[in-house]
Ligand binder design. Structure first.
Ligand SMILES: *Cc1c(COP(=O)(O)O)cnc(C)c1O
Length: 420
């Protein structure tokens, strides 16, 4: 991985001059290619892929996926509203949320689909929603995340109705006259075909318990390889055994289920790079480290601090400077007054420094961080140290660069404050 994925030296110059840094740059070609790969997921009786918009919710990105024919997985009522504003029809949106909104019935009346994710959510919705169709999200009792913090199934995860509460969920739905037409399990299944097969099997058992169910949603969680030693998901490989299980299920029960999937990471991760500037270099001597300090950090990318996530990092000398730099071990840190603001932690160990071999960085150089499309811009420590939210730019298929989100102004940072 010694070449930038989609940015050219000319792009970097233009970004520095026209937009400034730090700036997120999304690549339209990659977004569309990933959407097409998702639409090709193996399926027996039809597929409806959704985009898990919490990974990157900017309108220009939503537009591209709408244009590609993807639906939406929303994780709050605010995301529903955001998707509608960007042009999505309500019927293509499904919401699975940890915090069920009080007035969600109005969205359901308008066609938004809902997956109820706890017994309490069934109560909350049931009191109003007699006769409505709903989906139920279950925790099937097993998970497969990269780390404990990305594991969203099994006993250590609060997401979904616990598998042993199946009977209670069933009788609640019956009492409230809710028709269950979708089952949903998102456990972050990763890249292992055997795990997918197992989870699909467990999920089909849940479908068996609800004769009115017409579709099964297996969530997202397809891993991508940001670093050379990481394991990427082959959608064809994990999808084939799942397709077979759907066919067997149809043979056994006569029910031809539709498949839904809703990736975020897979669609976005490689489709964005963050362009930053090295604004300072310090050293703690022979026993210590050489630190490159960026003009960005956890205010843009929190994943390394949160999970010890690894991202490709490129040091690119400023125009006019010698292009040749020897490679040395360096620690890359962000601009926040917070020792956890670290871009080179040890893998899965956010608290350990892990110096990386990189060209010797100097003040004024560009530093590009790749693999930042998913859960970076959308999940940052926004405005910490009162730094403004970064700009976002789209590299369009014709090669041109367009602003899709302006850099936040100072006024916007303080606009809601009131001094009594
Ligand atoms: C976050 C989320 C997804 C997407 O997960 P990825 O790991 O980004 O693919 C899908 N479904 C639900 C319910 C989610 O909460």
């Amino acid at each position: 991985m010694d070449k930038l994925r989609f940015l050219t030296p000319e792009n970097l110059d233009q970004i520095r001059i026209d937009f400034g840094t730090p700036t997120f740059v999304y690549d339209e070609d990659t977004l569309r290619a990933n959407a097409r790969a998702v639409k090709n997921f193996p399926n027996a009786f039809g597929l409806f892929p959704r985009y898990a918009m919490k990974s990157a919710p900017t309108a220009a990105i939503l537009r591209i996926f709408n244009n590609e024919g993807l639906g939406i997985d929303a994780s709050s009522e605010f995301e529903v509203e955001r998707a509608v504003r960007s042009g999505y029809g309500t019927e293509s949106i499904s919401m699975s949320t940890q915090e069920f909104p009080e007035n969600f019935r109005f969205w359901v009346q308008d066609g938004v689909k809902v997956n109820l994710c706890s017994l309490n959510q069934i109560h909350k919705f049931g009191i109003w929603g007699g006769g409505e169709s709903v989906g139920l999200r279950f925790n099937p009792g097993m998970g497969s995340g990269g780390t404990n913090r990305t594991n969203v199934g099994g006993p250590a995860s609060s997401f979904g109705i616990w598998k042993d509460d199946l009977e209670e969920a069933k009788s609640l739905c019956k009492n409230y006259n809710l028709k269950v037409d979708r089952i949903h399990t998102h456990i972050g299944s990763g890249s292992d075909p055997l795990v997918w097969q197992k989870v699909a099997g467990m999920s089909l058992d849940l479908v068996r318990a609800f004769p009115t169910v017409k579709s099964l949603n297996l969530g997202g969680g397809y891993k991508v390889a940001r670093m050379a030693d990481e394991q990427a998901t082959d959608l064809q490989e994990i999808g084939e055994p799942v397709k077979k299980l759907f066919e067997d299920f149809a043979e056994e029960t006569g029910r031809k289920l539709k498949l839904e999937i809703e990736p975020g990471t897979f669609l976005l991760a490689h489709a964005c790079s963050l362009v930053t500037t090295i604004q300072d270099v310090t050293s703690t001597g022979k026993e210590g480290y050489r630190f490159l300090k960026l003009n960005a950090g956890m205010t843009e990318i929190l994943r390394p601090s949160l999970y010890g996530a690894q991202h490709p990092i490129f040091v690119i000398p400023e125009e006019g400077q010698s292009k040749f730099r020897d490679e040395v071990e360096q620690v890359v840190v962000g601009h926040c007054c917070e020792s956890g603001d670290l871009l080179t932690p040890a893998p899965n160990e956010p608290e350990s420094l892990s110096p990386r071999m990189l060209p010797r960085g100097e003040i004024g150089d560009s530093c590009v961080i790749e693999g930042v499309g998913a859960y970076c811009s959308s999940m940052s420590a926004k405005n910490y140290n009162s730094f403004p939210e970064a700009a976002e730019v789209l590299k369009k298929s014709d090669g041109s660069l367009s602003l899709i989100r302006k850099r936040q102004t100072f006024e916007q940072i303080i606009e809601n404050e009131v001094v009594p």
